[in-house]
Each structure stands twice: as structure tokens, then as C-alpha cells.
Design a protein around this ligand. Sequence first.
Ligand SMILES: Cc1ncc(CO)c(N)n1
Length: 430
Amino acid sequence: MNLLSIGGSDPSSGAGIQSDIKTFYTLNVHGLTIITAITSQNTSSFGNVEPVSQKILKNQIESIMTDFKIDGIKIGMVYNSQIIKILSKQLQKLKIPIVVDPVIKSTTGGALIEKSAMIDFQKYIIPLATVITPNRFEAEILSKIKINSKKSLRSAAKKIQKMGAKNVVITGIETGSKGISDFIFEKNKECFISGDKINLSNHGSGCNYSAAVIFALAKNKTIKESLRFAQQFTQNSIKNARKIGKGIAVTDVQDYISKDLSDAIEKFVHIKNIYKNIPECQINFVYSKQKPKSPEDILGISGRIVKSGKEAIVAGELTYGGSKHVATALLTMNKKYPKIRSAINLKYQDKTILKIKKSKLCISSYDRTEEPKNVKNKGSTIEWGIKKAVKDSTKMPDVIYHKGDFGKEPMIIVFGETPEKVLKKILKII
Ligand SMILES: Cc1ncc(CO)c(N)n1
């Protein structure tokens, strides 16, 4: 999938097109860029803007449009009327989702659009929007309505929609003690999506949000699903923000799947005497995207967790498709129980099984000596076994084991919704 970000260059890479490239990369899609302006800015202050010439802007559009199938476009910084008109002319005819992030000022106070271009922005850019994503400040400027009540919020959204945006989301609306929400205004529906308030002045969250929206839309998610996804993604990026310069923190777009899995692996290898639970074939700990179709959708450790003396160490790195066997077990389990997206294999020990049986966890098993003859490779053996153990259990199993067979190592697999939940189960049973 190719997503195009049209906007300004931010040399600090916290915002602008540099930030969008990071977001698209994290989300596993290819990011194309068309630069409309070069800014000088960092985490403390905003310097200057130099919009690109009409010629090179047109050339960039031409280069991109003649080569790639583009699945979605995000428009960020567009500095002046010239740029606005060229973009409008080239983008009008496209039939793909477009997210407009109407950036007006940087967090550090720099103007991202000329005052005189605001009218043309409304006239030419806003009508391109499948979704427009102003924050409260931007919504107030665009609508010329002071937002201080639900009524004014709705009026502002309505007015922006009248300018031609199909859907409007006004982000970061304080909703009293309830925290902070995004207000969505679709064709004839409206609603709030409530989020967590994270008190941190940061550089990048607005860009992360709109880039995540276009990603989800291009993946054919509904408006509401896309905005919910973008909110989650942005909250994570703020939580992971780092103070890399002298000024405000810069958001970090980590894929939550790799963050959550690596956090859990880190905790796992530090469990006391955990090396005693490492089987001959070593350990893999996996975490899947939603609705996995193959082991390629499941993150695992390329080289596994291995025993080194009395320690467990992580060999290799996290990669999608990094596990075959544990991933296959998870895939099979996930087909029946879609909420289950993480799993780990542990060494089979009678005492572990006893402990599981004493705990409140649900356990099931299969017998490899009953394996049908037509099941040949190890992958399909696992699939057969997990299917059988799942079928034989009235409840969703937390743990599935088998006692092996001649030349086949016995094994325990622990399942859970997230790596953190798998870890909690492990702590109960070892
Ligand atoms: C180039 C650029 N685009 C967008 C923003 C908004 O954060 C910024 N600061 N800089």
C-alpha cells in the first residue's frame, strides 16, 4: 500500500513529512511525499518558511502520480495560495480518501499558512477532504466560532462541513472530569470518541493523528473505526514521547504490537530461574495483529529466547513471521477465539501441569500418538493438535499441552489476549 503525504519539511523530524514517513513505516505501508515548503524549526522555536516553486511542486506531483498507485493522501502544511491552487487542480479528480490536517500554527508558534491564503484554503483544499482533522484552535479559526459549549462545538463542525469536507473531527475537546475527546461530525451523525488526557506539550501528535487516519481509511475502515484507531495510535505516540532536543518532547510512533511484546519479553527473561522452563527447541513469544491470516501477521522473535548457562537471553530480533510453530498454534486458537492474540511455549514439566490444574486457568491437551497419518509437517501437526484441544475443552483454554511422542518433545503453550496477560498467567504457573 502507498500513502502520500503532502506537506512541509520539519528538520527536527517531529512533525511534517518526516514525521509522516515514520508513521507510515511503522504501520507497514510505503510513504510517498510531496514537499510544499521547507521550514526551519526545532523543539523550542520556529524559524523561517520557504515555500517551494510552482515548477518543482508540479514536477513532484507528476513524478509521483505517473508512477504509483496511491491508496490515500494526507495534506498537511500548504503555505500559500499558489500551492493551494496547484494541489487542488491535481487532486480534485482523484477518487481516493484524502485527509486534510488544517495546520495553521506550530506548537512553538510559527505560522504554517499565510493569512492571505486562508480563504483559498477553505475554497480549494477543504472540499478535497474525506475527513478534516482540526484541533479546537484550528476549528475556531476556520469556523470563526468560539468553542465553549457543545452547541458551539457542533456549530463549528457544521460550518466546516459546509465548506465542503465530507466528515469533520475536532480533536482534543476537554470533556470535564471525563478527560479529553474527539468530536466526530459525519453526514448526519455525530458522536464523541473519548480518550485519555495526557498532559504533555509535544511536537508531532497532530501529524501522527492525521497520518493514522489516512492509513485506516485506506485500509477500508469506516470513519469511526479510523478515528478510534488514530486516537489510540496518537495516545501511544504521546506516551512514548521523548525529550530528544532542548525544548518540548517529540512523539514517538512505535507500533504498539512491538512495544508491548518487547516489554513483556524483557520482563519474562528476568523472571527468577526462568531458564529452567526453556525447552530443547527454545522459546518463542508472539503477538499478532488483529485478524491474522498467516504467521506473517504475527510478530515473533527471529532467533528465540535461548538458554545460556542459568540465564534466558533473547537471540535475534522481533520480526513478523519470526515464529512458525508458536505462531501456527496462535493462528489456530485465534480462529476460534479472535480475542486471543499472544502466546508462548514453555518446557513441559509435570509439576507445571499440576500447578496449572490447581490454578483457575483452563487447561486442555492433545495426544500426539493419536496424530492422523495424513498430517505430515510440523505446522499442520500443531494445527491439528490445537484444534483438537480447543474442541475438547468447553471453555477457552488458557494453556494447551501435549506430552510428546517418540522423538517429539512435549510442550506447553500459554495463550492470552496480550503479551502482558500471557505473562501474568506464566507467573501463576511456574
Ligand atoms: C512542516 C510542519 N508541518 C506541520 C506542523 C504541525 O505540527 C509543523 N510544526 N511543521
